[in-house]
Design a protein around this ligand. Structure first.
Ligand SMILES: C[S@@+](CC[C@H](N)C(=O)[O-])C[C@H]1O[C@@H](n2cnc3c(N)ncnc32)[C@H](O)[C@@H]1O
Length: 309
């Protein structure tokens, strides 16, 4: 299937690519954005990061025409500072983060991300790392912790009912597969909720995926480090797909735009915070109707762009 990168033109404009610059794509995926960055470089470098080994392998093929200008790194973008240190790079001219899961991850039934295909409950973006899988979350986490993630990460109204049903079902037999989990979720939901347009398991699956991959923790850590690793004039572009992600990005950007937090009547700054980012533009960029029609996945995307000052 053809791959349509989300908000591609807007990201490329936001990055304001200089041919001899150094750029980092922290979410390589299918290399849609990376390809467009790499082909604009002349003497520059692209560091392309993804925690998913399959993404690194496949994107390597896509980026082969620009192999001399691209460094592929399998790592978590929460380590953006360490990644740059390892490469001996102090600062870069632009960074892009297109958050969430990729279509190959969703479409590969074996990975367990999809509520449409039967698979073991896994949902790890990096299958070479870590012990925690969706199976562990579903079968071992206490009910109140399950309820909390369903509510907070999935914004699931029926979090309490679903968590309680998961716990009562798993006491009889472990919940091993995606479709078994869908069955359990359905059985916990009120009939009216089952008639809604959205798939009844969508929010629960989102919540478990975020928990398994500590997605919000990774975004927080990246946002703390990334702005300090930009050259003056360097750009930071982040595409988020739901309000939890966007809130983190918005708040991190604003705290760097605000700078000094001292009361206005204080004659000299005592807090020491300085403005390090400027928003470009102030409001997030969203897809056009045309893009949403062509690529429905872009519907909830929000791109925030900031410049290092
Ligand atoms: C939405 S896709 C990116 C799509 C990409 N921009 C393209 O055009 O093909 C998100 C990718 O980011 C990766 N990812 C998500 N969280 C990550 C993290 N914390 N560190 C590294 N990669 C991450 C996923 O494995 C996935 O491949």
């Amino acid at each position: 299937m053809e791959h349509i990168p989300v908000l591609l033109r807007e990201c490329i404009e936001g990055l304001a690519i200089k041919p001899e610059g150094i750029y980092l794509d922290g979410t390589l995926g299918r290399a849609g954005h990376s390809f467009e960055i790499a082909r604009r470089l002349k003497g520059g470098r692209l560091i392309a990061v993804d925690k998913d080994a399959a993404a690194i392998e496949n994107a390597g093929k896509t980026l082969a025409p620009y192999a001399d200008a691209v460094t592929l790194v399998q790592d978590d973008f929460r380590n953006v500072g360490v990644i740059l240190d390892r490469l001996g790079i102090d600062k870069v001219d632009g960074m892009l983060f297109d958050l969430g899961v990729s279509s190959p991850q969703l479409d590969d039934p074996g990975r367990g991300f999809s509520y449409m295909a039967d698979a073991p409950l896994d949902m790890r973006m990096d299958i070479t790392y870590g012990a925690l899988t969706a199976y562990d979350v579903v079968n071992t986490w206490p009910e109140d912790k399950l309820r909390r993630i369903l509510y907070e990460y999935g914004e699931e109204r029926h979090a309490g009912r679903i968590a309680a049903r998961i716990v009562s079902e798993r006491e009889r037999a472990p919940i091993e597969t995606t479709l078994r989990l869908v069955e359990v979720i359905r059985s916990a939901m009120p009939a009216k909720a089952l008639r809604e347009k959205q798939h009844p398991a969508k929010r629960t699956f989102q919540a478990i995926r975020i928990a398994v991959n500590d997605e919000l923790g990774a975004i927080r850590e990246m946002l703390e480090t990334a702005p300090d690793r930009l050259n003056i004039g360097g750009r930071l572009c982040v595409i988020s797909f739901h309000s939890l992600e966007d809130r983190l990005v918005k708040e991190a950007f604003l705290s760097r735009v605000r700078g000094c937090t001292c009361p206005p009547d204080l004659p000299v700054c005592a807090c020491g915070f300085k403005q390090t980012l400027r928003l470009l533009p102030a409001k997030p960029i969203v897809p056009t109707e045309g893009e949403i029609k062509e690529n429905p996945r872009s519907r909830s995307a929000k791109l925030r762009v900031a410049e290092r000052v």
